[in-house]
Ligand binder design. Structure first.
Ligand SMILES: *[C@@H]1O[C@H](CO)[C@@H](O)[C@H](O)[C@H]1NC(C)=O
Length: 510
């Protein structure tokens, strides 16, 4: 399937061997067969619903949440491990209760975070600068919180078993974790491990490598001069949304996902659970071995051996293309329900109903117009062409021959997400296409439109819930100047939903 056609290989080989001028020779042939290939590449029927156990949405969500506070706070149990780097010249901070230089220890990105560790009368705030590019491993989720399943992916990497050293009578083995993680990373030249709690941090393996001390500040011991603890959450909130903590560059071509459908023990473990309770505690020995082999390969390989596609930006572009309009369409559909329920002034209701339907019609049209061909308007093949054009609007023609194993999974996830988005849009458009929504002289029939709108509402509600995009995770309305936005990091035993909320900057720890 997909890039396996002969022509595709011909093009890749041609371009690789002879460079740019040769690639021009193939371009004409490419153009001629482009449309046919787009059709060939996509074998799933356009109106086929994605299976309930599909994980493309989950992988897409992990990808588009990398290094962002808000989406990783919402689902604390991380499911991804990736390589990451930090550029030279970056300031990093370390606070402690004495003036001894750290050796193997924790680093923060924001001084507000380090300041929470300045205990006692001899508190010292160290500022370091990176002297070269740092080679790091990133664990997503609230991977530095020490509760529930947040450290599972670290356990798999470090010890090959989940729950290692966490017998109920022992406290969380953070010191073992940093020591053993660094011992593991030594042979790959890993400088440290990026994690997240109320802000991002690094477990740094050797302060004498890759860092230089910029300053060491003896901080006042007077409690009245200590910044409030809340400020760490305020600082973390600055990294809520894309691109998140942008001082860390995650290499998405190395993103190992525990949502990979090949990890069958986890497919079974997730069955029937809500997303907040997904964790990898029940991973089988076989799947653990498989992931560990992938990790070793991903860490050891030449980082330039990949397609070069910027997957995070791609995921962001897809969310931006559809995200706000999806919410607007949902808003209109729910407005229509309210109007339909109001039976008092029927003439007015009819007019309102018609104008809402016309607006939905327009939004569907705008969404799908880049994929609407001139031929066969209104026929089944026309709708099929629209759906396929929409589904294949981002990923086909990628250089799949150069994909890493992780990029193949990302490609699958992006395709699955687009399939579902485009299926729902096109099915609703097929219904809407037949409705007469003209402002004047219209034969608009509310009794036909009304049940249709109810059906569309269910379809869009289900789609939005399935996608669960991080781009939607923000405080709405936006926070005031004396507030910051936060998605609460709920512990496993806490009830309630982790929804974004505004918190007063000068409030105490709540
Ligand atoms: C702070 O440093 C001083 C001087 O080195 C030392 O005498 C004192 O014991 C230290 N206090 C604490 C609480 O560590």
């Amino acid at each position: 399937m997909r890039w396996s056609t002969k022509l595709q290989y011909l093009f890749v080989a041609c371009a690789a061997v002879a460079g740019y001028s040769a690639s021009r020779c193939c371009r004409q042939a490419e153009l001629e067969t482009a449309n046919t290939k787009l059709q060939e590449e996509y074998t799933r029927s356009w109106d086929e619903r994605i299976s309930e156990e599909a994980t493309g949405n989950l992988i897409f969500r992990s990808l588009s949440s990398l290094m962002q506070m808000a989406p990783n706070s919402r689902y604390p149990n991380g499911h991804s491990i990736a390589r990451a780097s930090i550029a030279p010249g970056t300031r990093l901070y370390h606070g402690r209760g004495n003036s001894k230089l750290p050796v193997m220890d924790w680093l923060a990105f924001d001084p507000e975070h380090s300041q929470t560790f300045l205990r006692g009368q001899n508190g010292t705030l160290f500022t370091f600068m990176t002297t070269r590019e740092l080679k790091l491993i990133y664990f997503d989720g609230c991977s530095a919180n020490k509760r529930g399943g947040v450290a599972d992916t670290q356990d798999v990497l470090i010890w090959g078993e989940v729950g290692h050293g966490r017998e109920p009578w022992r406290s969380d083995p953070e010191l073992d974790r940093i020591t053993d993680a660094c011992a593991w990373g030594r042979k790959y030249g890993i400088d440290g491990f990026v994690r997240m709690e109320y802000d991002f941090e690094i477990m740094y393996c050797d302060f004498s490598q890759g860092l230089t001390l910029v300053s060491s500040l003896d901080t006042p011991s007077d409690a009245r001069l200590a910044p409030p603890l809340m400020e760490v959450r305020h600082a973390g909130g600055r990294h809520n949304a894309f691109p998140g903590e942008s001082r860390v560059q995650v290499d998405s071509a190395t993103m190992i996902s525990f949502f990979d459908p090949a990890l069958t023990s986890l497919v079974a473990a997730r069955r029937g659970l809500p997303r907040t309770q997904y964790r990898i505690a029940h991973i089988s020995g076989e799947d653990t071995a498989r992931v560990r082999a992938d990790i070793s390969e991903m860490v050891a390989r030449d980082p330039t051996g990949k397609s070069g596609i910027d997957w995070r930006t791609l995921a962001q572009a897809i969310q931006e293309r559809f995200g706000d309009r999806l919410l607007y369409i949902r808003h209109l559909l729910h407005l229509a329900r309210l109007v339909a329920a109001d039976t008092d002034a029927s003439l007015q209701v009819h007019a309102q109903f018609q104008s809402i339907t016309a607006e939905i019609h327009k939004q569907l049209l705008v969404s799908l117009s880049p994929y609407m061909p001139r031929e066969g308007i209104g026929e089944p093949t026309w709708f099929e062409a629209i759906a396929r054009g929409c589904t294949t609007s981002f990923t086909p023609r990628f250089p799949e021959a150069r994909f890493t194993r992780q990029e193949r999974l990302l490609n699958y996830a992006v395709e699955e997400v687009l399939h579902e988005v485009c299926r729902v849009y096109t099915e609703v458009w097929r219904d809407a296409f037949g409705l007469d929504v003209r402002a004047k002289g219209s034969n608009f029939d509310a009794s036909i439109a009304s049940p249709m709108l109810a059906k569309w509402r269910d379809a869009f509600d289900a789609l939005i819930e399935w996608l669960d995009w991080p781009i939607w995770l923000k405080c709405d309305p936006a926070c005031a100047v004396n507030e910051f936005c936060e998605v609460p990091q709920l512990a496993p035993w806490q009830a309630g939903e982790a929804r974004p909320r505004c918190i007063a900057i000068d409030s105490d720890w709540v």
